[in-house]
Design a protein around this ligand. Sequence first.
Ligand code: FAD
Length: 480
Amino acid sequence: MIGISAAKVLAENGVEDVVILEASDRIGGRIRKEDFGGFAVELGAGWIVGVGGKESNPVWELADKSGLRTCFSDYSNARYNIYDRSGKIFPSGLAADSYKKAVDSAIQELRNQEASCGADDVCKMIPEPPSTPKTPIELAIDFILHDFEMAEVEPISTYIDYGEREFLVADERGYEFLLYKMAETFLSTSEGKILDSRLKLNQVVRELQHSRNGVTVTTEDGHVYEANYVILSVSIGVLQSDLISYKPPLPRWKMDAIEKCDVMVYTKIFLKFPYKFWPCGPGKEFFIYAHERRGYYTFWQHMENAYPGSNILVVTLTNGESKRVESQSDKETMKEAMEVLRDMFGPDIPNATDILVPRWWSNRFQRGSYSNYPIISNHQVVHNMKAPVGRIFFTGEHTSEKFSGYVHGAYLAGIDTSKALLEEMRKDSDTKSENQNFMLEPLLALTGSLTLTQADAVSSIHKCDIPRRFFFSGIPEAIL
Ligand SMILES: Cc1cc2nc3c(=O)[nH]c(=O)nc-3n(C[C@H](O)[C@H](O)[C@H](O)COP(=O)(O)OP(=O)(O)OC[C@H]3O[C@@H](n4cnc5c(N)ncnc54)[C@H](O)[C@@H]3O)c2cc1C
């Protein structure tokens, strides 16, 4: 998302000499559609989060303009569809009480942390832990409360600014269709494909050598690109890995910021069945499995609202469970998921006929699903995360102070970073012309015998300049 949104802003401001380097063979990054069981499913971002509020979510506007098909997801009833291991649904009163207890406990924890942390964000004492969830229903509620909207710290700006409604993208063209619609405004495209030579796929950036004059970018296959500036939009997980090296190395303050941000792993596993055996209808889109192990195949969704007759279920795992499942075979995962479904719906349900397990953690171009800042927000960390180092401009959903973790956070961060770069280029060119004015007289005096005109003299200076190119790394599309 950022690669395309950043490059579009540059193009709109007359900067067309841009190269987008993308490590994989497609644009989209963490926006990724795949055909599964005859339907387009979203392995990465699935929802447009934050709709119906006082301001309009820019991604919702893009979806509206592109005619993207979406459907409303109502999470409010999920807590009333909690199954125990014998297939019984917990009474609604008990579910509501457990939910209230979990919310109160989370608020208490936040207050404790706020009380113990000074304005400098240094925590001086370990706060009293709030009551920890113990029973399967408490663990299940704790999981859905904390492991999903972990992208932002409270208060969640997305909900406050854009509204609390969430719409699931249910379009055969995929969420990524928004990217193509944006790309076609400034790149050559044909029939949904980007044909522009400024987008270079399969270019894995491995080294950024930077100086006061420019940046040299070296890729895994030995290509070398020279640029005046680089926008680096790889994920926080990639920044924390050793995929890209920097010469000279990044300063300590930048490394500290990168290390302080956690990486959340969020995995949607898709299962296809010969027929539907789960309840459907209003308030039934989501259901929850309460197990002694926190996060063990807890959160389920049926795809009947998005694609009626698809007979697809989705189960969401996070963090440790995601990593565990990534490291085992899909056959083992299918067996575990089927045991859980048989606990809930009885022994006679049919076996799944297909399974799809995305591996966001193992993917060296992602290394996780999205950023997660510590619960007490720290303005300085985000500021350092996005601050440029010389001519390298850092961006990514993790650089969005208000909307980190989300597609709209990425979209807006791309715009912000390009605006910052344009400003820097403007300053750079002002300084250059001041220097040139300053140098012109002696230069003309020196070359006077060669009868150079003032214009000739200036153009010869430009010829010595490095090519005006920009590289985006990362992001869907390209980058660097
Ligand atoms: C499973 C999952 C579910 C999600 N659900 C939602 C949701 O419902 N709603 C929502 O709003 N958000 C959701 N998100 C988050 C959202 O997808 C991201 O915040 C957003 O897409 C990030 O965009 P980006 O441009 O910052 O990064 P990316 O999309 O990660 O783009 C970075 C690009 O850099 C490339 N790259 C990496 N390393 C290199 C290299 N060395 N050289 C060249 N290129 C490189 C990558 O291949 C990638 O294309 C979800 C994410 C995941 C993974």
